[in-house]
Ligand binder design. Structure first.
Ligand code: SF4
Length: 507
């Protein structure tokens, strides 16, 4: 993602956006074609740009473009530009239209040991500070991406081997990073010490000489016919060489993992497995918890499509209130964020969702949505239900109030623009003009994903956008936010003055 990163950046529609999806494959005959398919399955994680870098044993090849994966990688010619048995790709969401191609990943550089390509999902929360230090030492940056900081740190590391240089670089960065890197010797995949952003591993073809695959979500493995092996563990670095040899390293020591709980709520596709749980099942269970905690006297349970649907099914099953499609979503509408003004944004909501008038007329409706960000979409949907003749409109939300920004690779409006950042629930209910409003509790959310409750002394997930409890240092933002952020120690001690061997291999 881009520097300067800040939640003050405009979030141009009324959803949180995962900013990236990554995919990598090594040992496949048509690696770039598989990579394009995998990226297509991750399209929901970023729709602004896509890129693939491949390697044929001699050269690296890169093709990057603005737009969807299908816009850039659907022709034989586009794939033919990317020969080789190893490829890594990236889909990106960004609101910075002026940034252009230079920020589209994978980023590539020729370093002392040869070519180095990197695809990154997440956000480095001390990137601005590190970048300034590097610039002061003479580094020249080609992009405004925080990912380029990693490349410069690798390039300037004083350790002798590529692996040690990479680990040395990563020990300096804070925040969230799932990375897939390509080198002249193989692929390296890595997840930050807390495992904030997801990364999974699979195999395509036979066990003996099949290809190794990495992806943000299991759905990308499914789409290319690969077998899901396991998630890359938080803090794990996996090396794959061209003989298919896989080596696991744990270079960051022991840390309590804090994966992003919003993957369960909204980001991941429902047909993915995240943190060893079906995303669809988790969402349905959130609906069950919501019905238990916030029951409602109503005639119909209606999802806000598509993301509210699994929770609405759970709510309906628990409450016994019939589930019906009271809102129909058009899949052929341009995305709301290309509209510059608030008025145009509101018009886009209506073009995207339409009330199923014959169904809702005269009924008491429970609307289920996954989250409320600014509240503008929720307001329009409640109004749409009333215009269609609904007698009562009750709003139930399958996540706790989103009151804080995310600094880990998710585009969020500043706190003052988050409805829950500036209002209590009664005021939010009045704002969206609902008859009642309720959110699942934080413990209800944790129950839905398999825990008894949130462990407040050792939270099982990152849930900072609900609680304000940030699990890493936020170096770049500490001055701006004063004491608002919790600054806990999540990364290892600073690099030593002199290089010494890094023995990180796991037996
Ligand atoms: S702040 Fe929220 S969206 Fe960001 S990583 Fe944490 S849980 Fe996920």
């Amino acid at each position: 993602m881009n520097l300067p990163h800040s939640p003050q950046r405009e979030c141009e529609d009324d959803r949180l956006h995962e900013e990236c999806g990554i995919f990598g494959i090594v040992g496949a005959t048509e690696a770039a074609a598989a990579c394009a398919l995998g990226l297509h399955a991750l399209q929901h994680r970023g729709q602004e740009a896509a890129g693939i870098t491949s390697f044929d044993g001699v050269e690296f090849y890169t093709r990057r473009g603005i737009g969807h994966v299908a816009d850039n990688f659907s022709t034989g010619e586009s794939i033919a530009e990317l020969p080789g048995f190893m490829a890594a790709g990236h889909v990106r969401y960004s609101t910075t239209g002026g940034a252009g191609l230079r920020n589209v990943q994978p980023l590539y550089a020729d370093l002392a040991f040869g070519g180095f390509a990197v695809a990154h999902n997440g956000n480095i929360s001390n990137a601005r500070t590190l970048r300034q230090e590097l610039v002061n030492k003479g580094a020249i940056f080609q992009s405004t991406s925080d990912t380029e900081v990693i490349i410069h740190l690798v390039a300037t590391s004083r350790y002798p081997t590529l692996l040690d240089k990479f680990i040395d670089a990563l020990r300096l960065v804070e925040g969230a990073f799932s990375l897939i890197c390509m080198t002249p010797r193989g692929m390296i995949a890595c997840r930050d010490p807390l495992g904030i952003r997801p990364l999974v591993m699979g195999r395509l073809g036979p066990k003996e000489n099949g290809a190794t695959v990495f992806a943000s979500e299991t759905v990308a493995l499914d789409v290319i016919g690969a077998e899901f092996i396991r998630q890359v563990d938080p803090g794990e670095l996996v090396e794959v060489d061209f003989d298919g040899q896989i080596t696991s390293h744990r270079p960051f020591g022991e840390h309590h993992a804090r994966p992003c709980i919003f993957e369960h709520v909204y980001f991941s596709r429902p047909d993915s497995i995240f943190n060893d749980r079906s995303v669809y099942e988790a969402r349905k269970h959130i609906g069950v918890e919501l019905a238990r905690e916030a029951p409602c006297d109503a005639d119909l349970v209606v999802p806000v499509p598509d993301s509210g649907t699994p929770a609405a099914i759970g709510y309906s099953q628990r409450s016994g209130i019939p589930f019906e499609l009271g809102i129909i979503r058009s899949h052929y509408v341009g995305r709301t964020f290309i509209q510059p003004s608030e008025g145009a944004r509101n018009a886009s909501v209506k073009r995207k969702h339409n009330a199923n008038r014959m169904l809702v007329e005269g009924k008491r409706i429970v609307l289920i949505d996954d989250s409320i960000v600014r509240g503008t979409t929720s307001l329009k949907i409640v109004e749409m239900m009333r215009d269609a003749g609904a007698r009562e409109v009750h709003f139930r939300v399958a996540s706790p109030p989103t009151g804080y920004g995310c600094y880990y690779g998710v585009d969020t409006p500043e706190r003052s623009k988050l409805l829950a950042g500036r209002m209590d629930i009664a005021a939010m209910c009045a704002f969206i003009k609902a008859d009642s409003l309720a959110f699942v509790s934080i413990d209800g959310l944790y129950r839905a994903v398999g825990h008894d409750a949130r462990d407040n002394s050792r939270p099982q997930y990152c849930d900072a956008c609900f609680t304000g409890d940030y699990p890493t240092r936020l170096t770049d933002l500490a001055d701006r936010h004063g004491g608002e952020a919790q600054l806990s120690l999540a990364v290892d001690s600073p690099r030593p003055a002199e290089p010494r061997p890094l023995d990180t291999r796991v037996a």
